[in-house]
Design a protein around this ligand. Structure first.
Ligand code: PEP
Length: 249
């Protein structure tokens, strides 16, 4: 069974002071054994968060990266720069990057490769819109996004990813997928992974994201193919995020 992972995504929220509060609170908190926790913070918070998380359970992550290692790309941040700031993981293909910043499957694959080249763990986000779900295309869309990346990687690279299934209609809407809806897609993802390699399918962490809160986390996390959560809004509140982490044990 993959190690459960609860990863918070602050999006363009939070502050260095909040990162310091999280670092202190999590160092003192009792977390269930074997549960991994991480926070994906905005770029300017990375260094302060890295210092604040030292000696505690929180791993540090970023929310995106450039597909390029360096060069004339004003405003961009490379994987190596993220690593230098202490990041160990990075979100790639979040639905907000896909829809608001035009990142298509090719751009997502390029960023996954850039993250791997920099020694970062890419957390690859997959998910369908409401229109796609209503049209009965959920599996085709989600597995298509997965294959667009996995077909471009070799076996060793595939084994270094974490996946997050995040139905777009559940992100930031307060409308969570039911445990049955989420498990059905996670099961399809696991079956798809097994077509690449059975060992990969068994070992890969596949997180659920979309309005996960303290009061719905347990019923989602208990599903056989859900290995953790990617948490947006609720990861900005220490008590709420801690409660979600505790329900992963
Ligand atoms: C996210 O941003 O990945 C997310 C799941 O957000 P929320 O939990 O707020 O729906």
């Amino acid at each position: 069974m993959p190690t459960p992972l609860i990863a918070g995504n602050w999006k363009m929220n939070g502050s260095r002071a909040l990162a310091e509060e999280f670092g202190r609170a999590f160092r003192d908190a009792s977390l269930p054994e074997g549960v991994a926790v991480a926070l994906m913070v905005p770029f300017p918070c990375l260094e302060a968060a890295g210092r604040a998380f030292e000696g505690g359970p929180l791993a540090l992550g970023a929310q995106t990266l450039s597909q390029h290692p360096s060069g004339a790309f004003t405003g961009e941040v490379s994987g190596e720069m993220l690593r230098e700031c202490g990041a160990r993981m990075v979100l790639v293909g979040h639905s907000e990057r896909r829809s608001l910043f035009g990142e298509d499957d090719a751009a997502v694959l390029a960023r996954v490769q850039a993250a791997l080249d920099a020694g970062l763990t890419p957390v690859l986000c997959l998910g369908e819109t409401l229109e796609e779900r209503d049209a009965g295309r959920t599996e085709a869309v989600v597995l298509g996004q997965l294959e667009a990346v996995f077909d471009g990687l070799d076996a060793a690279q595939r084994g270094q990813l974490v996946l997050a299934y995040e139905p777009v209609w559940a992100i930031g809407t307060g409308r969570t997928a039911t445990p049955e809806q989420a498990q059905a897609v996670h099961g399809a993802i696991r079956t798809c992974l097994a077509r690449y390699d059975a060992g990969l399918a068994a070992a890969m962490q596949v997180l659920y994201g979309g309005s996960m809160k303290a009061d719905n986390a347990a019923e989602l996390l208990v599903q056989p193919d859900i290995d953790g959560g990617l948490v947006g809004g609720a990861s900005l509140k220490i008590d709420e995020f801690l409660a979600i982490c505790q329900s992963a044990g």
